[in-house]
Structures are given as C-alpha cells and as structure tokens.
Design a protein around this ligand. Structure first.
Ligand code: NAG
Ligand code: NAG
Ligand code: NAG
Ligand code: NAG
Ligand code: NAG
Length: 589
C-alpha cells in the first residue's frame, strides 16, 4: 500500500513537470459563496495586507474513494459484539482504502500548471490533498477570489478569508474542499453568559457541604467531581496518553498547574506536569500574562482526574499570513487532525478532549464533512474523541438565513465524536440552562442512536411545542454530560471560577482515559470511537439526568429548549459518568 502511494507521488511529479507551462484556461464556476461573514466576524479595515508579498498555503482536498465503505468498517470496529470490535486500523490501511483516484491528482496538477503554479504545488503527507504555496494575489487569481482580513468581534482572532471562490468545472467530483477560503474558525467553548470571576479561597472554608462529599453546590473542584462521579477509588494508572487540543494562542502555564494541584487536589497529586507538543508552529510560552483560561482549565482538570497518566497539550499554531510566516495555513483545525493521523499508534493519544467549536451554520458543508471524516479515522485508529456541546443552549438568536430555528454546533453535530453537554447542581444534578443540544442540520442520524432518539421523539411530550424549530432526522446530541459550572481554576497565579461545556469535555475525557488505561494494562484494545458502546452496553454506567432544561433564543422563540427527562434527551444525553460502574462494564466489554 505504501508503495502505491509512493508511485503515485512519483507519477504526479513527473506528469506535472512534463506538462507544458500553460494550457488553455479551464472553464470555472463559483463553488462556494457566502452572503457575508459569519455572525460575530467583521472586516478588519485598519489592516492593509500586501497581497504580493504575503504568502499562504492552500489545501486542495481530493475526493476520497469509498468513504461509505470505510465508515461501515469504522462503525463495526466500534460496535461491541461485532467480530471486528477493537480491531483498530493503521493509517496506512485506512489511506489505502480511501485514497483519491490518481485521475483527481492529475486533473488538479493540470489545472495548477495551466495557471503557472505547478512548481508551487506539493502532495500532502497523506497524499489526499495538493498544497499550493503561493502569494495571496496568485491564489486570488487561481480561485477568482478576493481575500480580506477579518476579526472576530471582541477578540484578537484574525483571519484572511474570501466570501466566494470558483473552481474549474472539470474538478467537480475530484476536489471536495479548498481551504482557507470560506471557513472562519472555531471558538473556545466557555460560556459568554457568565464570565470568569475571581475566587477567594477563604470562601472554601465557609462553604457547607452538600449531599455529595467535597461538593458545596457553589464551587466545583476535583474532589467534588471524584465523589460525584465515583472515581475516588480509581487505581493510579501511569500508562496510556490523554490529549488536550489547544488553539487560538491559549496556553497552559506549568506553575499555575502546580498551584492548582497543591491547592485543590491535595490527595494523589504526584504528577503535576504535562507535555506541550507544538503543532504547525504552535508555541507554549510560560509568561503568566499569557495564561489562557481555556488551556489552564482543560489541563488542570485533565491532570487532576487522570492522576499519573501522561497528558499532552497540543498547542496548534496558525496565524494569518500578514502576521505569520513560513507554511502557516491559518486553518488550525484541519492541520491538527492531519497531524494526529500522521502519528504512529504509539504516539497517538487514547483519548482526546476538544473544547472548541462554532455554530454549524457558519461552517461550510465541505469543511464540516472533511473534518468529520477525519474524526471517523481517528476513531478507527483507536482514539476516543470528546467534544464540548457548546454554551448557547439551543442557540443565541435562533435565526438562520432569515428562518427561525434552533441553532446547532460543530463539531458537536458530527456523528463520529462523543459530544459532552453540561449539568449543574448536585442534588439533584440537573441540565445546565446553557448546555448545547439539538439536532444537526447537516449530518443525518447515525444507527447507534436511532432507537434511543426515536424513543425520545415518540414518548417525550415536552418538545411538542418547539418541534418545528429543529430537524428531527439529524444527528442528535449531546451523547453524555458532566458538570459545567463553577469550576475553580488557577490562571496567572490567581484563582477564578469559570463555566462552560469546556469544563465538561475534559472531565468526561479524563474519566474515559482512566478506562482506556485500564484496558491497555489488561492487554485489551482501547475503547476507540465510543458512541456505539455508550448507547448499548455503557448506558447503565451513566447517571440519567431528569431535571432542568437547556434554553436559548433570547426570547425569539417561546419555551425554546429541551427538558432533561428519563432516558436520553437533547440537554444531557444519556447522562453523567459513574466511573465505578463504567469500569466494570469496560472490563466486561
Ligand atoms: C513558487 O515557485 C517558484 C518557482 O519554483 C518560486 O520561485 C516561488 O518562490 C514560489 N512561491 C512561493 C510563494 O513559494
Ligand atoms: C461588535 O461588538 C460591539 C461591542 O460588543 C457591538 O457594539 C457591535 O455591534 C458589534 N458589531 C458587530 C458587527 O457584531
Ligand atoms: C512512533 O512515533 C514516535 C514519535 O514520533 C517515535 O519516537 C517512535 O519511534 C515511533 N515508533 C514507531 C514504532 O515507529
Ligand atoms: C434534515 O436533515 C436531513 C439529514 O440531516 C437532511 O437530509 C434534510 O435536508 C434536513 N431537512 C431540512 C428541512 O433541513
Ligand atoms: C431508524 O429507526 C426507524 C424507526 O424505528 C427505522 O424505520 C429506520 O430504518 C432506522 N434506521 C436505521 C439507520 O437504523
């Protein structure tokens, strides 16, 4: 298989150089067009980009063959009881299954040659994309596009994007995504509803304990979570690898982790460190002023819960070409997933926590599909991917293209990730009002949740009044949930309290890593893609959340939201983890 790819590379370079420098221009049509930038993004008028000297690297993704067949196999590998359960694949096997046609590569190279960019093109390491390294003005001409700088209102996130681009008609069926073009980016899933606030440790002494030891009901600490989710007696594993995704120049600070562990994790806190792996020009500076709330939150709870299991924080770089240099594509999400798939089995994490996402409606379908397909490959490689469900309940404004509807989140709505919603309160533990939940508008309902969601649709009466605001045939989420409010963290030496499903994702992911480390120690395969297991065998290891509801829509839709009810629901999924029970189930799977 390796040989095939290699010969394809050789074939590609020889054809490309053999072609005449200029062919007749190919007839092109608009491939993607946005009416305006996604909500929250504005043109960054004050910056002038020199399009002749600024370079960018464009990813032209080729259509994979047999993706449906691969998905069928990936689902079998993740389905307990199937003969292939746990038979995770190497990337070489996956790549040989889904390799694009040679013809697709050749057509793209012919096009680039005709535009005089043949020498600026190279094949991606996984041989499924052509990367074009050229000046912004050359790319504009190539795609008949007009790039402009944009900034996410109220943040420092900047990108260079176009609202429209064209491709030659002959590439229809051969190229399915070109980026960076119309995809703007993901944001950290921390609540914008309740901002982070200072925390004074003396408050801890005055707090009365609730029904659960270590939990006050007003602050969430590792000790509280360990009692609530039954992992106080977890063995101290030191094998396996837990990964945390980091973007947007948000960095975890080692000294903050030490302070956090000494103050809030006073038992079993021997391991107080993590590795920072730099991806695509990412960095891990340690200046206290650079402390990222998201990064510190993720790393501090991952470390506290996974105890001595190695943790890796992936600091993914990517800045716009007028700031960055070298081969920055400024499309960090794709770069990150391709980086992971390029790792060998021993370097891959067993579990990955991702607390970034954005409104599904702002993500071009071609991009969402490509990224979701990359997640399916990670699952088949044996990685359990946990994603925050979002912090806007069923949406902020609930208007999409002038139509009133609940808004959904990406990658939460991708059927190949495990989406973690939010709860708050201890007795009872209830749905958090901002817990992202709903039905994807672009991904259909996967078989593993079909019966469970159908059961909710037919028996739940609480959603009847809002049934016209969501597409019930879509992939439903969240799958599971965990605490999402009042997490104490340390950033820049100071304690804060934060909210968001960003709290839930690393919490749930760390508990899954405890299970994965246990399985590896017993000589078993890791759990890999979790959902078929969660919706079948593992349901009884989750605590069903039956009170509270998620809300949203700022009054534009009355009674907007979904109630937490007995069984699965689009506020808290199947429920919150009970480690002791999940461990027994995992050991018997
Ligand atoms: C494109 O290729 C030409 C020829 O090899 C080279 O001179 C030029 O620097 C390349 N442009 C970029 C942006 O890499
Ligand atoms: C940007 O944010 C400011 C302050 O929050 C707000 O007043 C303004 O309307 C926003 N602009 C856009 C285009 O969203
Ligand atoms: C796997 O990758 C790691 C990190 O790049 C490397 O150190 C190790 O030697 C590789 N193992 C194998 C078996 O190739
Ligand atoms: C509903 O979702 C399905 C599958 O995701 C999709 O095929 C269909 O077009 C959607 N319908 C509407 C009205 O959005
Ligand atoms: C999902 O459930 C419905 C109703 O029970 C059934 O008609 C349909 O075939 C199922 N689809 C899948 C993919 O299992």
């Amino acid at each position: 298989m390796l040989l095939n790819i290699f010969s394809a590379v050789l074939a590609l370079s020889s054809t490309s150089f053999a072609l005449p420098a200029r062919d007749a221009p190919l007839k092109s049509s608009v491939r993607e067009e946005l009416a305006g930038p996604p909500a929250g993004w504005v043109k960054y008028e004050s910056v002038k980009v020199n399009k002749e000297t600024s370079t960018m690297s464009l990813m032209v993704h080729l259509v994979n063959q047999d993706m449906d067949k691969f998905h069928h196999l990936a689902m079998n590998i993740a389905t307990p009881g199937h003969e292939l359960y746990g038979s995770h694949l190497s990337q070489e096997v996956i790549d040989s299954m889904i390799a694009p046609k040679d013809e697709s590569r050749e057509l793209v190279m012919k096009w680039l040659n005709s535009e005089g960019l043949g020498e600026n093109a190279s094949l991606s390491s996984r041989a499924d994309s052509i990367i074009v390294q050229a000046s912004v003005s050359q790319i504009e001409k190539l795609l008949n596009a007009e790039y402009a700088p944009f900034v996410r209102n109220g943040s420092k996130e900047m990108v260079l994007r176009t609202l429209k681009y064209s491709l030659p008609d002959v590439l229809q069926g051969h190229v399915d995504m070109v980026q960076p073009t119309t995809f703007f980016g993901m944001k950290a899933m921390r609540s914008t509803v309740s901002n982070q606030r200072y925390f004074d440790n003396s408050i801890l002494e005055t707090q009365t304990e609730s029904a659960v030891s270590g939990c006050s009901g007003t602050t969430t600490t590792p000790k509280c979570l360990s009692n609530l989710y039954s992992f106080t007696a977890a063995k101290s594993y030191s094998n396996g690898l837990l990964g945390v995704a980091g973007f947007l120049e948000q960095w975890p600070i080692f000294s903050d982790l030490t302070t956090f562990m000494k103050t809030y994790q006073t038992e079993n806190n021997a391991a107080q460190t993590f590795t920072c792996t730099l991806v695509n020009g990412g960095t891990c500076p340690q200046a206290a002023s650079g402390a990222g709330t998201e990064a510190n939150l993720d790393v501090q709870y991952a470390r506290a819960i996974s105890e001595s299991i190695p943790n890796v924080f992936y600091s993914v770089g990517g800045s716009p070409p007028w700031l960055g240099s070298g081969t920055n594509t400024n499309e960090p999400y794709l770069d990150f997933l391709n980086y992971l798939l390029g790792l060998n089995a021993s370097a891959l994490p067993n579990t990955l926590s991702i607390s970034y996402g954005d409104d599904e409606a702002t993500v071009p379908l071609s991009y969402a599909t490509t990224v979701c397909n990359l997640f399916s490959q990670l699952g088949a490689r044996g990685v359990s991917v946990l994603v925050a469900s979002g912090d806007s309940g069923v949406g902020d404004t609930c208007t999409v293209s002038g139509k009133k509807q609940f808004t959904t989140s990406f990658p939460a709505g991708c059927p190949w990730v495990t989406t973690v919603g939010g709860t708050n309160g201890i007795s009872p533990e209830a749905a958090w009002s901002s817990s992202g939940g709903g039905f994807s508008e672009v991904f259909g309902r996967p078989s593993y949740q079909n019966a469970t969601v159908n059961n909710w649709l037919t028996t739940d009466k609480t959603h009847t009044a809002v049934a016209q605001y969501f597409n019930y045939s879509g992939r439903a989420y969240p799958d599971v949930a965990a605490q999402s409010t009042n997490f104490i963290i340390v950033a820049g030496g100071q304690s804060y309290i934060v909210d968001g499903t960003s709290c839930a994702a690393p919490t749930f992911a760390s508990i899954i890593q405890l299970l994965n480390s246990d399985r590896l120690l017993a000589g078993k395969a890791p759990l890999g893609f979790l959902n078929p297991w969660l919706y079948s065998k593992a349901t009884s290891g989750l605590t069903d959340i039956t009170s509270g509801k998620n809300t949203g829509c700022s009054g534009s839709i009355s009674s907007a939201g979904f109630s937490a009810v007995a069984g699965w629901d689009p506020a808290t999924g199947l429920g919150t983890p009970n480690y002791a029970k999940l461990l027994k189930i995992s050991q018997a799977t």
